[in-house]
Design a protein around this ligand. Structure first.
Ligand code: 13P
Length: 236
């Protein structure tokens, strides 16, 4: 079953997240779609949402703590309030914009995997590495698995090349299959693709062997587009 995930990043309010979830939930219910859907709103938009069971609301980020003195962060005490048991770890914006190191990502991963959270773990190379070739790309990607227990049961992987995120430049199907095939050879976990996935390219991307779903930013922020993507993924 295809996995479709929406990463809201720094978009939507609590009010618009509620409306969005109602729209998507009703759409799934009316059409009896069964795929696994993950939605990652902002931390301020986490709430007790009523959705169809196949929608899972997760956190874009949290600190590896229950509570404490970590200004600007949230921990499991805040996630538990809304029964959030899913987290995105290793996203390229957290690595490259917010400066998370592989060491801090690995300790976050260890903390949340010990608690049994569903983890969507992101990897992906920047443009200069892609331009250096496939060997360099794979070396870079393997380094992003340092300290990560890839045998963890509740793990979904997402390959998101940095140069394709929010740029409108989608990786070609051969770019995607080169990396997906290499990862799948070593790690037997669901593997999503992310990076400028849109209504008009989702079908082609999901048809690439070893692509188990998509992690979508920009195109997911519009509920109508996201519903269309869910529909296309169900009709494959
Ligand atoms: P875009 O779909 O906007 O390229 O973002 C992808 C992404 O970063 C999802 O996590």
């Amino acid at each position: 079953m295809t996995i479709i995930a929406a990463n809201f990043k720094t978009n939507h309010t609590r009010k618009s997240t509620k409306e969005y979830l109602e729209t998507v939930s009703t759409f799934i219910e009316d059409n009896k779609f069964e795929n696994e859907i993950y939605i990652f709103p902002t931390a301020t938009s986490l709430d007790e949402y009523k959705t169809v069971p196949n929608i899972n609301v997760g956190a874009q980020n949290a600190y590896p703590t229950q509570k404490g003195s970590f200004t600007g962060e949230i921990g499991t005490e805040q996630l538990d309030e809304f029964d959030v048991k899913t987290i995105l770890i290793g996203h390229s914006e957290r690595r490259h914009v917010l400066g998370e190191t592989q060491k801090s990502i690995a300790s976050k991963y260890e903390y949340y995997s010990n608690l049994g959270y569903k983890i969507i773990y992101c990897i992906g190379e920047p443009l200069e590495v892609k331009e250096a070739g496939l060997d360099q790309t794979l070396t870079y990607v393997w380094e992003q698995f340092e300290g990560i227990d890839v045998n963890y049961d509740n793990l979904i992987l997402a390959y998101e090349p940095v140069w394709a995120i929010g740029t409108g430049v989608t990786a070609t199907t051969s770019d995607i299959s080169n990396v997906h095939n290499a990862i799948k050879e070593k790690i037997d976990k669901p593997l999503l693709y992310g990076g400028s996935v849109k209504v008009n390219n989702i079908k082609e991307i999901l048809n690439v062997p070893n692509v188990d779903g998509a992690l979508i930013g920009t195109a997911s922020w519009n509920a109508v587009d996201f519903c269309e993507i869910i529909k296309i993924s169900n009709n494959l």
